[in-house]
Design a protein around this ligand. Structure first.
Ligand code: 9MR
Length: 561
């Protein structure tokens, strides 16, 4: 078993075995010339860099068909990267702009074939939106839209049970409500408000910031061809569910809808255990208020009634949160599904996010201070996303100053980074951290026109598609080497060898490594703490928020060209 796991490590096996016996502080013997690059390729006029491990000083770009050398370059100075224990050099071939199919060569080593093409990210961008369709709860996926991933409906959620933690006078413990539609959160079948909110908001922001490109995406879903862009049709599926999670009585929003514990690796229709509505919380209300306020303005042109409904729901949730400022999620004893909790963390960023979105939509004043420091967005924090949305509508000096402090720190990190990326820490969902950083950098470019931000965003995005020490593409179905055994119930249970395409994988995570047994993770380096195994929920799962940010960044890069 251990041997299999070691072999399946997504590092070159020799390097992986050497690393497994090497303490973090020691230099690692390197194989001659390993090349890591974006396995899909590069935009003709975009920044283009690859990471090389080895002693050569120069590199060539060769035509993939004719082998003719089309570009020659010198490698950058060697730099040590603590996160992987490697000494690496950069190959910068941004000046080579000719579209075509190529390989990068260093000494005797040759990279995967890659493209230089204006549309190099179009397909993966579409697939990352389409993946959400595969996760629709309560509906059968037909062959016309889902192809080989067609399946029968699961989780109608028309009779979900009010848990004791969610009980109120009008909805006592054990009573039923209807809460259909929505997307499954991740490898599990739960539906969680906090994570849903950041996901739909990131996708709606892609539409607001890049309306032309985002509005043009055609994803072959049942709604394709109607008056509404496919991206918004898909997002609407989850917004409709979110609206059902508000108690009409008092405006409070329930935190989640799940079974009591995670089901086995079964298809949706086989998971017939009761599903429960679990407690109202302040972050659920505020995140919901933020997303609904944004939805109100985004859908106004397509469905006025829905737009008004979203705004009314947002205001009601905001008012509930004003009266209930510190209701933290507390996992009930009989429930063990995901918590999306933030013990002890103040809810000032949630409040700022909701207040800002409500102000943008209504033009009225909703008071909340800009959180300091402003952080890269994630499911726990929507403040920077709110600032981008605000600046998309009007200028506001204090928001702009806070935003550029964040963007400049990411740019500096990238410019000093051995791997040419804006981050060197790894935790659960690390891939999404890189992508969220890319979003901030892209928005800084949009505001300033300074190309350095765009280059940093591109280079950080390249990490996700293969320019990383594992040489792994963290998007299923895309790139030459990607995950085959994701922690994802339908992909495991459907009997189809290839996992559903277009899903972003959580990626290296040095924590929570008990999931596959004590000996599964063999590297001491955080950037290598990854295995392509079903059991690895800590590194090889997928999740809607990780896809939502990929949708944003791939659309943005595609739009900026
Ligand atoms: O993405 C979440 C990560 O930031 C947390 O550290 C982790 C543990 O609380 O939970 C992750 O979210 C999971 C959620 O709780 C349940 N569905 C699967 C999610 C992705 O692993």
């Amino acid at each position: 078993m251990k041997k299999n796991l070691v072999l399946s490590l997504m590092v070159s096996s020799i390097l992986g075995i050497i690393l497994s016996c090497t303490p973090a502080s020691q230099a690692v013997p390197q194989p001659e010339n390993t090349i890591h690059l974006n396995q899909l390729g590069y935009l003709p006029h975009g920044y283009k860099s690859a990471v090389i491990i080895g002693s050569s000083e120069t590199f060539n770009i060769v035509d993939a068909q004719t082998q003719a050398v089309v570009h020659k370059g010198s490698l950058g100075e060697p730099q040590y990267w603590e996160a992987s224990g490697e000494t690496v050099r950069l190959a910068d071939f941004s000046s080579f702009t000719q579209p075509g199919s190529y390989r990068l060569q260093v000494g005797a080593a040759s990279s995967h074939e890659f493209d230089i093409d204006r549309n190099v990210f179009s397909e993966v961008s579409k697939a990352s939106v389409k993946a959400f369709y595969f996760h629709r709860a309560g509906v059968a996926l037909d062959e016309k839209h889902a192809g080989i991933y067609a399946r029968t409906a699961g989780h109608p959620d028309t009779e979900v049970v009010i848990h004791a933690s969610a009980a109120s006078a009008s909805r006592p413990e054990g009573s039923m409500i209807s809460s259909p539609k929505g997307w499954y959160d991740a490898g599990d079948y739960g539906k969680y408000i906090v994570n849903s909110a950041i996901t739909v908001s990131t996708m709606m922001s892609a539409f607001e910031h890049y309306p032309e490109k985002a509005g043009m995406l055609v994803t072959n879903i049942p709604e394709s061809g109607d008056e509404t862009p496919d991206l918004l049709d898909e997002t609407r599926w989850n917004l409709d569910w979110m609206l059902t999670m508000q108690d009409p009585e008092d405006g409070g929003v329930y935190h989640k809808l799940t079974t009591k514990s995670f089901p086995g690796m079964i298809m949706p229709e086989m998971d017939t255990e009761s599903r429960w509505i679990v407690m109202k919380t302040t972050p659920a209300a505020l995140d919901f208020a933020a997303s609904m306020a944004q939805a109100s303005r985004v859908y106004k042109a397509y469905d006025m009634e829905f737009s008004e409904k979203c705004l009314a729901a947002s205001i009601k949730a905001w008012e509930w949160a004003e009266k209930n400022r510190d209701v933290y999620y507390k996992q009930p004893e009989d429930i063990s599904t995901g918590a999306y909790d933030q013990p002890g963390k103040p809810f000032n960023d949630e409040k700022f996010w909701a207040a800002t979105e409500l102000s943008i939509t209504t033009g009225e004043k909703y008071e909340a201070e800009i959180p300091t420091p402003l952080l890269v967005p994630e499911w726990r924090d929507g403040a920077a996303l709110a600032i981008m949305n605000l600046l998309n509508y009007r200028s506001y000096d204090a928001a702009e100053t806070a935003f550029f402090v964040l963007a400049d720190s990411l740019l500096k990190e990238q410019q000093n980074s051995a791997y040419d990326i804006s981050n060197d820490y790894f935790r659960w969902g690390s891939t999404s951290d890189f992508l969220n950083q890319s979003m901030v950098l892209l928005y800084a470019y949009k505001l300033s026109g300074d190309k350095n931000y765009k280059d940093a965003a591109q280079s950080t995005f390249d990490y996700v598609l293969g320019k990383n020490p594992l040489g792994h593409s963290f998007v299923t179905g895309f790139g030459k080497k990607t995950s085959r055994h994701i922690h994802h119930r339908p992909s495991e249970a459907d009997g189809i060898v290839e996992p559903q395409p277009g899903w972003v994988i959580g990626g290296p995570n040095p924590e929570n490594q008990e999931d596959c047994g004590a000996e599964a993770y063999t590297s001491p380096y955080p950037a290598l703490a990854f295995i392509d195994e079903l059991c690895s929920y800590a590194t090889n799962e997928i999740a809607i928020n990780w896809n939502g940010i990929f949708v944003y960044v791939s659309i943005a890069l595609d739009a900026e060209g």
